[in-house]
Write a protein that binds this ligand. Structure first.
Ligand SMILES: *[C@@H]1O[C@H](CO)[C@@H](O)[C@H](O)[C@H]1NC(C)=O
Ligand SMILES: *[C@@H]1O[C@H](CO)[C@@H](O)[C@H](O)[C@H]1NC(C)=O
Ligand SMILES: *[C@@H]1O[C@H](CO)[C@@H](O)[C@H](O)[C@H]1NC(C)=O
Ligand SMILES: *[C@@H]1O[C@H](CO)[C@@H](O)[C@H](O)[C@H]1NC(C)=O
Ligand SMILES: *[C@@H]1O[C@H](CO)[C@@H](O)[C@H](O)[C@H]1NC(C)=O
Ligand SMILES: *[C@@H]1O[C@H](CO)[C@@H](O)[C@H](O)[C@H]1NC(C)=O
Ligand SMILES: *[C@@H]1O[C@H](CO)[C@@H](O)[C@H](O)[C@H]1NC(C)=O
Ligand SMILES: *[C@@H]1O[C@H](CO)[C@@H](O)[C@H](O)[C@H]1NC(C)=O
Ligand SMILES: *[C@@H]1O[C@H](CO)[C@@H](O)[C@H](O)[C@H]1NC(C)=O
Length: 481
């Protein structure tokens, strides 16, 4: 009964070739057909295995799109401006008997310690001498002996009395003094010094325009070009220089609101320059695990928006906090313990050596906005600008002073739009099934329904077996033994 079933099946099945394997009159041709059929099957299995492997590797496509914002308004980035000089000379050299000393709230708690050291230095001089590595060279009336003396006094208490953050923010530049009459946003809106929020970074006090902090609205602009963004004239107060990163001028960082201010990503501006920063925006959207980017939607305490460099720095600060019990200056950590200072110096160094960034699990963010600045400079002011300043603003400083101090900074978008870079899965279940089906058709000439032909065959085989065993057992019953 089985043999005829199989013959009919082979003759009628939609698997091409199977028929010839059984029906060809010559044995030679039957063998050839069998080999062809087996070959096609092998290739098919190989290709299906490849497709499945590709599906499980979760490949992605990266698409680049140029977007022009619908309402015509582009969100303007935050612009952080820092004076490279960290401490104002006038403040540093101000003695306690000066009227302004208390007015400028220069009386820090550590000032008592300087007095205790019994040396004739102002509070600022003493702290600068102790705080900076080359303090004895930089601060007046200070030599290495005095430096060690001050450090030992500041280090003598169990609880630190010296707070570097406080020192940097009170003895640093005031924005009011750097701000000079002129500030425009998008060519029409007047901005004031109050629009620049102070923020403490690792290198000292900086000021952020359009920070979006404290629920202030984030500005947007409808105009491309440097005049469509922020234009501001600043005075770097070069004659107030004490110590900086070996040069005078400003550091400017263009960044996304709420992300950690990474000064490494900024550019320097020299005094006496008209600085144009043309910003291009790239917005990136990535896919989470299991896709290759494995991006993270993590939130980090103290930073409204995740950024990878902020995460790494906080991770290191966390390690220091755990090992030494103090915060690294300028890095937000969820703790109100005091800032690291002389008491923690050696612990801090040991910690920095032993810190292992690969343990931080700081992945790349799923959404990220990158601002890339193209910066160009020319000399500022020219004769015309100097005359305008004098005429309109009654600014009477000499040309020499202006060339040594003023910066005209303009930050604006290069294009009216941004580049959106998105990742999309490139090989989904549909594509996998398509490949499996397509190859099935190409190599075996059959489709999904052919599988049911085999099921059907199996069914009829089982059925006929059952029939036969029934008839055999009924025969046995009929046979008298
Ligand atoms: C200055 O600060 C010290 C320590 O905080 C304090 O004892 C002292 O009274 C302050 N001086 C004035 C005049 O406020
Ligand atoms: C350092 O300065 C103090 C006072 O300003 C002075 O007494 C001392 O001799 C100086 N030490 C050195 C090594 O110059
Ligand atoms: C901005 O300030 C200038 C004078 O400094 C004034 O003439 C102008 O009207 C102000 N613009 C706005 C929009 O307030
Ligand atoms: C936000 O506002 C509070 C209270 O007005 C103030 O203490 C804080 O410094 C502000 N933060 C910034 C970044 O300006
Ligand atoms: C730092 O520690 C805090 C609290 O322990 C934690 O919430 C935060 O995620 C840590 N930051 C990093 C970057 O590991
Ligand atoms: C942090 O501040 C809170 C409340 O202000 C206080 O209860 C806690 O003891 C402080 N922690 C440290 C380590 O100072
Ligand atoms: C501060 O004092 C501690 C001990 O109290 C000591 O280990 C550390 O070396 C001192 N730091 C400096 C800079 O002298
Ligand atoms: C994905 O990233 C997280 C950290 O964001 C990490 O812990 C995890 O091991 C990564 N997974 C893979 C498969 O790389
Ligand atoms: C500049 O103007 C200020 C007042 O605005 C005045 O006190 C000062 O004498 C002037 N300087 C010169 C060089 O004219």
């Amino acid at each position: 009964m089985v043999a005829p079933d199989w013959q009919t099946f082979a003759a009628n099945t939609t698997v091409h070739g199977l028929r010839y394997v059984f029906e060809s009159p010559s044995r030679f041709r039957r063998v050839i057909w069998l080999l062809l059929l087996l070959g096609a099957m092998a290739i098919y299995v190989f290709l299906v295995a490849q497709s499945v492997a590709k599906y499980y590797s979760n490949p992605v496509n990266t698409e680049f799109k140029e977007i022009v914002p619908e309402k015509g308004e582009l969100t303007f980035p935050a612009v952080t401006i820092c004076n490279l000089n960290r401490f104002v000379k006038t403040k540093i050299n101000m003695f306690e008997n000066d009227d302004n000393f208390y007015k400028m709230s220069l009386n820090l708690s550590a000032c008592e310690a300087i007095k205790m050291a019994n040396i004739h230095l102002s509070c600022g001089q003493g702290l600068l001498c102790a705080f900076e590595r080359f303090g004895s060279a930089v601060a007046e009336n200070c030599n290495e002996t005095t430096r060690q003396q001050i450090i030992s006094v500041l280090n003598s208490t169990k609880k630190p009395i010296f707070n570097p953050e406080e020192f940097l923010s009170t003895y640093g530049h005031d924005f009011e003094d750097m701000f000079l009459y002129y500030c425009r946003f998008a060519a029409i809106e007047n901005c004031t010094s109050a629009d620049f929020q102070p923020s403490l970074t690792q290198n000292g006090l900086c000021f952020t325009f359009n920070s979006g902090e404290n629920a202030t609205t984030v500005r947007g602009t409808r105009r491309a070009g440097t005049s469509g963004g922020l234009s501001v004239i600043l005075d770097v107060q070069a004659n107030e220089n004490t110590i900086s990163e070996f040069s005078r001028g400003l550091r400017v960082v263009v960044h996304d609101q709420g992300t950690f201010i990474n000064l490494e990503k900024g550019f320097n501006v020299f005094p006496g320059s008209h600085t144009l920063a043309r910003v291009t925006t790239t917005k990136r959207e990535r896919l989470q695990y299991p896709y290759h980017s494995n991006c993270t939607q993590r939130l980090i305490p103290g930073m409204p928006r995740y950024s990878r460099d902020g995460c790494f720095l906080q991770c290191e600060a966390n390690t220091t906090l755990a090992m030494c019990g103090c915060r690294i200056m300028g890095i937000p950590v969820p703790s109100n313990s005091s800032v690291c200072t002389f008491q923690h110096q050696f612990c801090e160094e040991r910690c920095a050596e032993s810190h292992n960034p690969s343990k931080c699990s700081c992945g790349i963010p799923c959404e990220e906005i990158e601002y890339t600045s193209q910066v160009s400079y020319s000399q500022f002011p020219d004769v015309g600008a100097a005359k305008i300043l004098k005429h309109l603003k009654a600014y009477n400083k000499s040309m020499e002073y202006q060339r040594a101090n003023l910066v005209f900074l303009q930050v604006g978008f290069q294009h009216h739009g941004y580049t959106l870079v998105t990742e999309t899965p490139s090989y989904r279940l549909g594509s996998l099934l398509g490949d499996i089906g397509g190859n099935m058709g190409l190599f075996l000439g059959c489709s999904l329904l052919t599988l049911f032909e085999f099921v059907d065959l199996l069914w009829s085989v089982l059925e006929s077996r059952a029939d036969r065993s029934k008839s055999i057992s009924s025969q046995e019953q009929n046979d008298p033994v």
